[in-house]
Design a protein around this ligand. Structure first.
Ligand code: NAD
Ligand code: IPM
Ligand code: MN
Length: 347
């Protein structure tokens, strides 16, 4: 049975990079049946919504969703444009957000004296609660007393399952080290719970070493000594911020892939580049599609087609190491589609 894949290109460079990801999936011979989803901010102009109300129902029977990017502030308010993305993460309980950051051979690192694979970490971001909980409200709107409340919501269950996932992941890696990102010096409820749960979970993994690091210090260390990180586990907002930083130290936003996983596969998981719709370069055909292509490889791996996932990863690595075909973010003049073609050639 072919995998049922919802292709959801979205806005801006989303369609440009997803075209290349699909090209690579087809070229590798992955057994996928694609359904094109045309929800984006253009739809908002027509129906006042960026996706139909029943978008979760429409997506729930797919095996996976491959998303480009959402958001175009000329067409729709940003918090409305990205709502389906956050809605899928919560609605499909995709509680694990996997964001690997590896410095590959052939990629220029903005940090001094870094060799390939000096940076080799995986950030595991909590994806369904924390700072992104849509609870709260506005009060006394438009008056000098106006207030906005955004509830920071951490459950023991949600915290434990993501930290456990991080320790399980560390077990499968060479260095077997977890860094738990915290801010319990200031966030005296949520992050103190986080730290307590981490200490408890760690007891079940005597073979894994771990440490706790304040998020501000972590931001510094991602730049100062990124080689110390192996598995990094963090809350929703901290993970969002740290993974843009992780992307830029491995070459740029065009490199950073991600997976939003429902590990039990009860609902579809979603795969997407970490970057957004990049309005500054959208429509120019110069976006780097590698993040989208690597996200497609993560999708195949999760669905069980490890062989083709590895073939895509190897083709990307050989492209990075050997090819002179580079998009402008890497100092080249190549177009988005030329990167896809070069990878296809190497499969
Ligand atoms: P962005 O990631 O879109 O862009 C940041 C910078 O990185 C820009 O200079 C852009 O040109 C560059 N960049 C990003 N992807 C690139 C690629 N593949 N190749 C080359 N350069 C690339 O972030 P932003 O500008 O803060 O956000 C733009 C819009 O995207 C906003 O509407 C935001 O809400 C949305 N957004 C969506 C997602 C998502 O759908 N997953 C993620 C982040 C931001
Ligand atoms: C990401 C994005 C999203 C997030 C936005 C678009 C809501 O920045 O996936 O990193 O904050 O999670
Ligand atoms: Mn982000």
């Amino acid at each position: 049975m072919p995998y049922k894949i919802a292709l959801y290109p979205g806005d801006g460079i989303g369609p440009e990079v997803i075209t290349e990801a699909k090209k690579v999936l087809e070229a590798v011979g992955a057994d996928c049946n694609f359904t094109h989803i045309d929800w984006n901010t253009t739809l908002y102009a027509k129906i006042g919504k960026c996706a139909p109300d029943d978008y979760l129902d429409k997506l729930k029977n797919f095996d996976a969703i491959l998303l480009g990017a959402l958001g175009n502030s000329h067409n729709a308010p940003d918090h409305i444009a990205v709502q389906p993305l956050l809605g899928m993460r919560r609605g499909f309980d995709q509680y694990v957000n996997l964001r690997p950051a590896v410095l590959y051979e052939g990629v220029e690192c903005p940090l001094k004296n870094k060799k390939p694979y000096d940076i080799d970490m995986i950030v595991i971001r909590e994806n369904t609660e924390g700072e992104y909980t849509p609870l709260g409200g506005r009060h006394y709107i438009g008056t000098p007393y106006e207030a906005a409340i955004q509830v920071n919501y951490f459950t023991r269950m949600g915290t434990e399952r993501i930290i456990r996932y991080a320790f399980e992941t560390a077990r499968t890696r060479n260095r077997k080290h977890v860094t738990s990102i915290t801010k319990s010096n200031a966030l005296i409820h949520s992050m103190v719970l986080w730290d307590e749960v981490c200490r408890e979970v760690a007891k079940d993994y005597p073979d894994v070493t771990w440490s706790s690091m304040l998020v501000d210090a972590a931001a510094m260390n991602f730049v100062r000594q990124p080689e110390i990180f192996d598995v990094v586990v963090c809350s929703n907002l901290f993970g969002d911020i740290l993974t843009d930083l992780a992307a830029v130290i491995i070459g740029g936003m065009g490199f950073a892939a991600s997976a939003n996983l429902k590990p039990s596969k009860k609902y579809p998981s979603m795969f997407e580049p970490i970057h957004g719709s990049a309005p500054d370069i959208a429509g120019k055909g110069i976006a780097n599609p590698l993040a989208a292509i690597m996200s497609a490889a993560m999708m195949l791996e999760f669905l069980g087609d490890e062989k083709n996932a590895m073939r895509i990863k190897h083709a990307v690595q050989s492209h990075l190491k050997e090819s002179k075909v580079k998009t402008p973010d890497r100092g080249g003049t190549a177009r988005t589609w030329e990167i896809g073609d070069d990878i296809v050639k190497r499969l």
